[in-house]
Design a protein. Sequence first.
Length: 708
Amino acid sequence: MKRILFALCLLSTAFCYGKDIPQVTWDRHSLMIDGRRVCPVMGEVHYSRIPADEWPDVVAKMKAGGVTVIATYVFWNHVEEQQGIFRWDGQRSLRRFLQVCRDADLPVVLRIGPFCHGEARCGGIPDWVFAQSQKATGTRIKPRSTDPGFLALVEELYRQIFSQVQGLQWKDGGPVMACQFDNEYRGSGDYLMALKRIALQIGFDLPFYTRTGWPELSKPVPYGEMLPLYGDYADGFWERSLEETAGNYYKAFNFKASPLSDAIATEQFDYSNANAQRPAPNPQHSYPYFTCELGGGMMVAYHRRPYLYPEDAYSMALVKLGSGSNLLGYYMYHGGTNPDGLTTLNEHQRTLATNYNDMPVKNYDFQAPLGEFGQTYPHYYMLRPLHLFMRYWGEQLATMEAQFPVAQDIKKGDDSHLRWCWRSVHPIKGEGPERGFIFINNYERLQNLTAKKGVRIGACGVDLPALTIPAGCMAILPLNIDGIRYATAQLVAKRDGKIYLMQIPGLPTTISMLDGKTLRRLKPLGMAKPVYKNLYLLTREEAEHFGLEASGSPNIPNNPNILNNLNNPNNPKDSENLASPSYSKLREAGPLRLISMGVQRVAEEPTDADFEQAAVYRIQVPATEGKKLLKIDYRGDVARLYADGKLVADNFYYGRPFLYGLWRLPQGTQQLELRILPLQPDMPVYFPREADTTPGEQVNSITIEPLQ
């Protein structure tokens, strides 16, 4: 009988494919595997947005980053773009993707729609469904409702999905552990329950089912039928405002008891007027606090182009963990590329439905920890120590209740006090002192929070000495954990009886032991030498790369001195002596297009016809081996890349370079065409401070770099 590991967070809990399928349960605290509490890390990746031959590397990189559960949408219009013609071939093969996840020992939460959103055309529902809903005569159907005609279509979709899933459900020893019905739905729970009944009748039989916990349902789903999962983002492309820090995203950087966010799904629910309409938090002794859409990055829409920082994702994740979440679910964790279809498969203002924003035709990079082509951005590494902490101390953390000693409702940029909280659990009599963790977040996106001097904090009967908390400091400090009374360093991992801690940049390291020993101003000595008994102190870079040498995943640098530079065109680069492509300008841009305002009253993206007036460059690409990225450092409004006249990539300019994975080109392709529309004066578009908005267009450099 084959023994395997339940992802990374259950390193010591083996289970069997075959007879001894582990039991998955939940209570108000957490998920449990055979009675053992776990705090998973869930990462979203859309299999149909990535070529199938890349899936093993994709999943391996996600696992190496600390992801222990995969989440993925099944976009209806990716598999049934024409009514009655289902495609499960190539990168649309759900079954093959699930088998890759099974082989990597990663459970899967399958988000089966019928509505997915994911910035897909019409939210993933095929055009022909909406066409039937708009018939002037004859039978009309009502999408996303209990209308029998619509549910009949959903049943056929679910039957097709089940044909891909059959034999790969959790009860069969497969990876599919749960599924989500619809997404961001605000109507009656009767609709969601109708979806579940269809799935159960077809044969879905999973440990649990989920839904997004926002917006408020007009009629609730009966308790226990679906776990509500929540989310938050550091910024939103969907905001109508062109101001830098529009919206209420700043609240994601403050500890609070409620899992709700009024910064997401604002296109479906207006939170601005009446608190009385806000969805009420679940009862305290009800569902566990899980997230499924914690922003691992953010897409750029045509009218609004946020530039996300590594600290944004890390800070939000730490805040959610400190606030009581016991499942961190990132959306997205790995970016992707819209597949080819009969139409473009991106959301835009001219589609029949889900037309709130204009998105790139191909690009769905999302500035995620792993980008569109699997490139590692800095927060891929920054998040790893947090994920390792959840793996090794999640069982203890799971039952710890969150306590909030400072204000939970703050104003943007509030710098009047340190933002902190703690989680703790009272021990059973005779089992030692109260245990817990202090969570500190002195960071808020695009706000200059200052150092906090002489701070005195404590919990679990432990008072820390006066501390100066540096600007930008984010930390988890242990209290009465594994022989440590307190430490001003963060626990990372346990291995072979050794405990590894990460030094917090700018915060002097003190470790006070339960045996009475106190060590002050410790310096990191790496993994070769302990600072005390079995305790090892690592630099942040060492902690970020801890264990990568054993991950077995290709294309992931495990040298702590290697930092990804793809997001910064000014950084020196490791070119591995690659030949640079030659390029030349064939044509200057023609007359500027008129930027129209779309049906949603925001600027419309250019059409195919507009690119007839774009500046045109020819790129001669030298032959390369292995996975190499074409990196175009440019300035402009929108850029498109063509191979033999076919659009293969596009980019809304926002200050980062335009990337393309050269291994995806048809074999023998050595010439590409780049088209760039110029920036215009006073465009009705939000550009981040990193973008050069000088009117016109310009190519600064085109290089080839190895995938990292």
